[in-house]
Design a protein around this ligand. Structure first.
Ligand code: COA
Length: 421
């Protein structure tokens, strides 16, 4: 079966997390992703957070599946010549260098267009044009600058960052969407274009509901926030909302059986209005069904602490999975807090390829997250990440059509590092 992006060549200048997540997705959909790495050094994550000495880290391997690696010093004269050929041969150049690095290398957008007018140049930066456009940015900076941190955490406590990599992987997803859109437009216009995704913008996009709440504040208190029922006044900005649900159906994290010893024995419970009567029945409060003080969503908002207290009394008598089973029968939206141990062992995630076991020649078997987006006509096989420079000769010869003699000369120039044994 063919793959959705078969025939598309990606010149992958990405490193660390944000860019590599983008090009990994494109590779899973069938694009030929050629990762350009500094000779002898490579993507810095190869050697970060290592669990096995002198072996590519999980940080690197889990973000760079299905790619090929070429070692190339793009500041070396011969290296630049090879890079020009790569730009001529590829459809998309993806990069997440610090601002200005590509220009300093001598490959401005204008120069790239001159070499290949069909080229799509896709870039991730920390900030878009403005006062911070020259700043370097990592994940948590983006979470802070994009509004996530100021709205995450418990009221009255310090801002919190979240474990979901919304700045890096989130922006990688945004960029992948932009690239595919630009490829679609190119099919009609025949021209490339520049695709930019700033991490601040990506996080802000994912925090859209918080800007909604910022504007709602002008009309009065946010009644679905717990602090409303607790009579805590609102300030000028969207506050931290603890574990309150971000939508119109109030929800909380509640303790389940065993919470004293198991840090993940909790469930998320949503008091969806449509199933309020079912909730009253299962928690043993049938009198709340028709009591006007509890029967309407509006009447419940000031009493969320009392209501969730009563629900928690019930959830604490059951394991999180028992709570899940019972509530599902009554169509109550609910979800257990799953630990990474539980996720890694979850058979249904293995069956769909969302969790995959990959074999690597130097580190052996490891688990990774596969492609979370499934296309019925474009199957994904997760292939281990490349070793540094593993495909240098193959790319010079098959993609760039250099002769054996020319490859020898390029090697001798020092632009592509040492030949691998
Ligand atoms: N050959 C020669 N030089 C190369 C090269 C190659 N194959 N690949 C990279 N380099 C050079 C770059 O040209 C740059 O040189 P310069 O500083 O002289 O211009 C240098 O390596 C460093 O690259 P840079 O991207 O600036 O890395 P950094 O370690 O200084 O910064 C980040 C890392 C992540 C902070 C920065 O890249 C950044 O802000 N990126 C944009 C936002 C982003 O994606 N952040 C999330 C990362 S998960």
């Amino acid at each position: 079966m063919s793959k959705a992006l078969e025939g598309i060549k990606i010149l992958d200048f990405t490193h660390v997390q944000s860019g590599p997540t983008c090009t990994q997705l494109l590779a899973w959909f069938g694009a030929d992703v050629i990762k350009v790495e500094r000779p002898g050094v490579g993507d810095a994550t190869r050697g970060q957070l290592c669990d096995i000495p002198d072996v590519d880290s999980l940080y690197f391997t889990m973000l760079n599946h299905n790619k090929r690696s070429i070692e190339l010093n793009t500041k070396h004269e011969t290296g630049k010549e090879v890079l020009v050929r790569l730009i001529e041969s590829c459809d998309v150049l993806v990069e997440n260098f610090a601002p200005g690095a590509l220009d300093r290398m001598g490959f401005s957008w204008e120069k790239i267009q001159e070499i290949n007018s069909q080229m799509i140049l896709a870039s991730i930066k920390g900030f878009g044009p403005g006062p911070y456009e020259d700043c370097k940015v990592y994940e948590n900076i983006a979470q802070c600058a994009g509004g996530a941190a100021s709205t995450t955490g418990m009221l009255g406590d310090i801002p919190l960052v979240t474990g979901a990599q919304i700045g890096d992987s989130g922006t990688g997803l945004h960029l992948a969407f932009g690239i595919v859109t630009a490829l679609y437009q190119r099919a009609q216009t025949g021209k490339g274009q520049k695709v930019s995704a700033a991490m601040q913008d990506g996080v802000l996009n994912l925090c859209r509901v918080k800007l909604r709440d910022q504007q709602r504040l002008e009309a009065g208190p946010l009644e679905e926030y717990s602090q409303f029922g607790e009579n805590i006044p609102f300030g000028e900005a969207t506050p931290r909302s603890g574990n309150d649900s971000g939508g119109g159906q109030p929800g909380r994290i509640l303790k389940c059986l065993g919470w004293e010893k198991d840090p993940d024995a909790y469930t998320y419970f949503i008091t969806q209005a449509a199933v309020w009567k079912n909730i009253c029945d299962i928690i043993g409060r049938p009198e709340w069904k028709d009591d006007q003080n509890y029967s309407t969503p509006k009447s419940r908002l000031p009493k969320l602490n009392e209501i969730f207290g009563a629900i928690e009394k019930w959830t604490m008598s059951k394991t999180k999975f028992e709570v899940m089973d019972i509530c599902n029968e009554y169509e109550i939206p609910i979800g257990p807090i799953l630990s990474f141990k539980e996720l890694a062992e979850e058979n249904s995630l293995r069956a769909t390829g969302t969790i995959v076991e990959v074999d690597h020649p130097e580190r052996g078997k490891y688990l990774s997250v596969g492609n979370p987006v499934k296309l019925s006509d474009s199957p994904v096989e997760v292939i281990r990440s490349p070793l540094l420079g593993e495909h240098t000769n193959e790319i010079l010869s098959n993609v760039l059509s250099y002769s054996d003699e020319e490859i020898k000369d390029i090697r001798a120039s020092g632009a592509v590092g040492e030949e691998k044994k």
